[in-house]
Design a protein around this ligand. Structure first.
Ligand SMILES: [Mg+2]
Length: 269
């Protein structure tokens, strides 16, 4: 299917590799959000990164010239907490590997961090993960605790290159327990369903914009959205042509997508 921008009524955007790369803002970002606002097109920002809080993203977005409030941001930490809230009573003891983003949202919901008695092991990317943490998680999962991962990204982009992502630690724990985790983030559809429901929009009239084929684009397709790949992040131009997952549209950057969208509206008039 090829992309039909003139039919798009709402947008879901990944952030890293789409709005910025490392610390650097990418071209055309502020102008694109002015366009969305002028067109009355709602948007949601959806990231697999579970390390930061929603408030931290609001601040970063506002600094980048993107007008966003907390309801417009879905992290895999938020979606994981939402899943846990729907499946486990509030006093369920949990063991969490992860940074502030996932820890705070679970604590706010009332889940007790209890390494010795955890019935649920939640694993998000943790830059200070230790052998002891993997040991506790392994023992609890082997003892029957449920095993939930915020996201399955095998790698994480850093200025030095690609480094281990949360999926690498999920793989280690799967190897030591013989239990596969329930994974919440993209390409699973949970985050897309939250976004569609918050924006009250139909999937076929919603566009997913992302830089990673196996999460953003595959997940968008599974949830029934139109998909646009931008080449400002993980995926190279060559990969975008040869990969088994193909986006409906491929653009050099958000500015190029913006220009194509404006001309599709002129053609449609
Ligand atoms: Mg990305």
């Amino acid at each position: 299917m090829s992309i039909q921008l003139d039919t798009v009524r709402a947008v879901v955007l990944d952030m890293d590799g789409v709005l910025w790369r490392g610390g650097e803002p990418l071209p055309g970002v502020a102008e694109f959000f002015v366009f969305l606002t002028e067109q009355g097109i709602p948007f949601t920002l959806a990231t697999n990164n579970s390390t930061k809080t929603v408030d931290a993203y609001v601040e970063r977005l506002n600094n980048a010239g993107v007008p966003a409030n907390p309801e417009q941001i879905i992290t895999s930490a938020v979606a994981t907490a939402d899943y846990i809230a729907h499946h486990y009573p509030v006093d369920t003891p949990v063991y969490v590997i992860g940074e502030t983003g996932i820890r705070r949202v679970l604590a706010e919901l009332g889940y007790r961090h209890d390494p010795d008695n955890a019935q649920v092991v939640v694993v998000g990317l943790d830059f200070k993960v230790t052998y002891d943490m993997l040991k506790i998680a392994t023992l609890r999962i082997r003892g029957g605790a449920d095993f939930i991962g915020t996201n399955g990204d095998l790698t994480f982009p850093m200025p030095e290159g690609m480094v281990p992502g949360n999926g690498a630690f999920l793989a280690a724990l799967q190897a030591s327990t013989d239990v596969a985790p329930v994974v919440i983030g993209k390409p699973e559809t949970a985050m897309f369903e939250v976004a569609l429901s918050r924006m009250q929009t139909a999937p076929e009239h919603t566009l997913m914009i992302g830089d990673r084929l196996e999460t953003d684009i595959l997940g968008g397709q599974r949830a029934g959205l139109q998909t646009a790949l931008v080449l400002t992040g993980i995926t190279t131009e060559e990969e975008s042509r040869t990969a088994s997952i193909q986006a409906d549209g491929v653009f050099d950057d958000l500015a190029a997508l913006h220009a194509a969208w404006v001309s599709s509206l002129k053609l449609a008039v």
